[in-house]
Design a protein around this ligand. Structure first.
Ligand code: DAH
Length: 360
């Protein structure tokens, strides 16, 4: 074929085929048939060698031009097909954002975790740091340094769980209270000291208001001019913040603890309304914590001079506070790991975050 008019026909034929393609595979078939290695245009180009120089002068540029134009048309069609495919996908794969999400099971915070966090936040506002001890304690930290005399019945009144004796005959204990953290802190830190120590404690006990493992928060302040007014003010501020009202009424009753002198127990006024307990009104008093001025012997046992340093301490049952504030009637339910109970009494971790950042 040496006639450029035929080339025009070929060109319009192929362009028509290109325009009629509806997908990439069809377009590629047209490309191969026209400008592929064995395509019609390529075969014509191969024929150039057999032409006279004059013919070649005409047909060479004509075929090259044709090949370029067809290539361009194929590229343009390819892009058009691709963008049409994308548009179609966007329409058919549209995400319906108005569809309600499927419910996913969410966990909740145990009331004790919640109350522990609340206590840490409230006392942090008053300048208290959090200190920790160990659940397995030695006799020295749990009793002796806290001024429990050797062989004193007080060691038994706490219903202590004893471990098997060590090689040297000493018996470690599961700590019966968080007070040993006072000793650990005073022995490792320089006053002024202002700590709370939240944690698990253990006593051999089991009824509606006692479980063998429960939780306490200990508080300790040691400084040079600390007195009972500070103790009282701190605890009253704490009560108002914890129960979220200024109306909580508290009373201090003289008591005895070996590690404080004078010692007191603090009660809050409450009444029972059905199953629930209401704090701040009524005629009943509930004991919620023990407290007092740290005994000079305890200060001395920790290597500090009681003529220079004095302070106050307190210890409270977290579980009882949780029962009081959130109204669960039986302490044993706290530790039954019943998911339905947790779903009812548990707390959203998101509310928790709000509380910790002070936005609730
Ligand atoms: N450790 C005491 C108990 O478990 C509670 C307590 C009372 C702690 C008075 C104190 C305190 O720090 O000063 O019964």
């Amino acid at each position: 074929m040496t006639d450029t008019a035929n080339l025009d026909t070929l060109e319009s034929d192929v362009l028509e085929q290109i325009g009629a393609t509806t997908d990439e595979a069809g377009l590629d078939a047209v490309r191969v048939a026209a400008i592929g290695k064995k395509g019609s245009v390529s075969l014509l180009m191969r024929g150039l060698g057999k032409m006279t120089p004059k013919e070649r002068q005409v047909m060479g540029p004509a075929l090259n031009g044709l090949k370029t134009r067809l290539g361009d048309a194929i590229t343009a069609r390819k892009e058009a097909l691709e963008s049409a495919a994308l548009d179609a996908a966007l329409v058919s794969e549209r995400v319906d954002v108005s569809l309600p999400v499927r419910p996913t099971p969410t966990g909740s915070l145990h009331p004790i975790t919640q109350v522990m966090e609340e206590l840490a936040v409230i006392f942090a506002d008053m300048g208290f740091a959090v200190a920790e001890g160990t659940d397995v304690e030695d006799d020295f930290h749990n009793f002796t340094a806290l001024n429990f005399p050797e062989g004193h019945p007080a060691r038994d009144t706490q219903d202590t769980f004893f471990m098997k004796p060590d090689a040297d005959g000493n018996r470690k204990v599961l700590r019966t209270h968080t007070s040993p953290v006072q000793i650990r802190t005073m022995m490792s830190e320089e006053p002024p000291i202002r700590i709370i120590a939240p944690g698990r404690v253990y006593r051999c006990d089991w009824d509606q208001t006692h479980t063998p493992m429960f939780h306490q928060v200990e508080g300790l302040v040691i400084d040079k001019e600390t007195h009972m007014g500070h103790l009282k003010g701190t605890l009253l501020d704490f009560l108002a913040a914890f129960f979220e009202t200024d109306k909580v009424e508290a009373r201090f009753r003289p008591h005895h603890f070996p590690f404080t002198e004078p010692s007191a127990e603090m009660d809050v006024r409450y009444e029972r309304v059905g199953q629930a307990v209401k704090v701040g009104s009524g005629t009943e008093w509930m004991e919620i914590l023990g407290c007092g001025m740290v005994h000079p012997n305890v200060i001395r046992n920790c290597g500090l001079d009681p003529d220079v340093y004095q302070g106050f301490a307190f210890g409270m049952g977290v579980d009882r506070l949780a029962m009081l504030k959130y109204g669960a009637p039986d302490l044993r339910d706290f530790f039954n790991s019943d998911k339905r109970w947790l779903a009812h009494y548990g707390f959203s971790p998101l509310l928790q975050a709000n509380m910790a950042t002070g936005l609730s």
